[in-house]
Design a protein around this ligand. Sequence first.
Ligand code: ADP
Ligand code: MG
Length: 700
Amino acid sequence: MVTTFLDTPIEYLKGVGPQKGDTLRKELNIHQFRDLLLYFPFRYVDRSSYQTVGNIKNEEGFVQLKGKITQIQEVGKGRGKRLSAQFSDGTGAVELTWFKGVSYIKNQLKPNIEYRVYGKPKAYGLKYSIAHPELELVENLKGEELGLQPVYHTGEHLTRKNLHSKGIQTIIKNLLVDIPGKINDPLPSWLIQELNLIPRELALLNMHAPKDMQMAKKAALRVKFDELFFLQLELLTRKKITQNKIKGYVFDAVGDAFNTFFKEHLPFTLTNAQKRVVKEIRKDMGTGKHMNRLLQGDVGSGKTLVALLAALIGIDNNFQICLMAPTEILANQHFQTISEFLSKMDLHVALLTGSVKQSERKIIHADLESGRTHILIGTHALIEPKVKFKNLGLAIIDEQHRFGVAQRAKLWKKNTLPPHVLVMTATPIPRTLALTFYGDLDVSVIDELPPGRKAIQTRHYFESSRLKVFKFIENEIKLGRQVYIVYPLIEESEKMDYANLMEGYDSISRRFPRPDYNVSIVHGKMSAETKEFEMQQFVKGITNIMVATTVIEVGVNVPNASVMIVESAEKFGLSQLHQLRGRVGRGAKQSYCVLMTGYKLGENAKKRMETMVRTNDGFEISEVDLKLRGPGDIMGTKQSGVLDLKLADLAKDGQIVSLARDKARYLFEMDPRLEKPEHQDIANILRNILKSKPNWSRIS
Ligand code: ADP
Ligand code: MG
């Protein structure tokens, strides 16, 4: 659709001119005809049908009525003066009212002639009133004003220049007159036919002036498909470019370390999902290409073991491995788990975190450079420039969402070729987002939990059930189990939150007093040592209850803990709640999660609690999360801005995303270099996209 007509500067459009042009540029980023054509309405109002006054039932939404004005009067005085008119359609009467332009409007209104009224009714006692309605004499209505009318987003500055929704509609109409014959369709006919899409030009015309609702839907489908299809083509192309350009180390041997561990020390059989993922990783690292893989798996699905097996393959090929965790607690835990797994093997595992002393640090550095250390586990301390490896071959990153792209990029510089990268995340990313934001990464999914796990039971309680909840805790402790009680900690209300935490800790300590009970507390204001000490008390089973802020959110493994109480659960997001719940249910015993909330819950919070109670499936939860929060919030607004989707919505259009992905793949299979004549338009558009956008989606 590259034509000179669409490149015309916006002020040259009939009805625009320099002043409005300026406003359109500044307010809506509309510079050329093309931009205006792609400025879509966000909804349509059906002007072809009327409601009746008698049928107005609530204040929701706009109504369109046909009837006559029977009485006009000014009410009140001075600044409080307003105009009030009775409007009746035979089924009843509503009041029309104006607070501005009272005398002007009073002179315009004509009694006993048919008007079309459009506006939002508000109830006053038994009657409805519509403030500042749209009024049109029925005899003046032209045919085109009767059908579906587009509604455009506008704003104060725009309205001041007469660019309210109707004003925008007017200039777009002026543009549409010249559109026919000017938009060629970039998609090949095989694709259009297969998906039964309408031509792009027809779609663009019908986005702004739909014949009927069905056409509006077909138009939207076509426009959304185009947006998502080109996005997927872009991502697939970037992936190909990266894979061809960047060489990786070849891990072709599977030797002693892997085999010995697998045959002699593996404490359980792998789940099928773990086996499949290990195979995928092994294949990746054996090719000479650079692995860039995202490993998704729900909490407790056994990602650590998969990471360890990948590490052993690296060791068999004479490379070193690093495993990076977002918190010190988690790094310690990984170090312990992995050291234990490898205790009977002659491999050297080291731990490097911020609290490692200078003297020990020197030894760790030396061991790394000499090649004595096989696996280095740590926090982001291990990406510091001082940390040098003899031969780093694989970097594993746990809980990806805590690491910035820049931090990950530093890992690349730790060896001549970039080490393979395996990113593990326990917060499942909805498929549509994974396909768009990480579309150039390979994704592995562990979609199966180890056998014998009992589904965690989740309940939602209000404050009035507190005594019952305490009784329940008491019973679980009698059974020998341990309990987490988690308080929210939000930056904006930090002081209050700490106060609540300490208050909670006091009341729990009173209810569960020494010497019968031991209660630990962990929060961010403690020194690393105290935190670690308290954590260890809980890990060793010395304390029964762990009161904490979300510092325990990520990764801690205490299989004997069977109850997770979340205080003020309404303050947590879904993925956070799911993470917290994942701290229990790690042993063979039945585990429970209790969500405590205040009585007053917004719709959104209610939905979150319901979802948590209903399902344990992290992928299902992530889909609900996406619908509630939107993609920008989940992936970070910055990245979503780059996406530049005008109509498609990643939260709602998952099916179109998948369809676009499939078709984009198919196109590249059939015509990898886009050489066929019917694919030339696509090739050109794609070339322009790749030229104009930086490669933002690369994970490291
Ligand atoms: P996550 O994926 O949340 O990081 P972990 O790796 O911590 O999960 O694993 C959770 C627990 O499940 C650990 O105690 C681990 O030893 C155990 N586990 C992992 N794989 C298996 C398996 N195949 N069979 C039984 N238990 C397993
Ligand atoms: Mg983990």
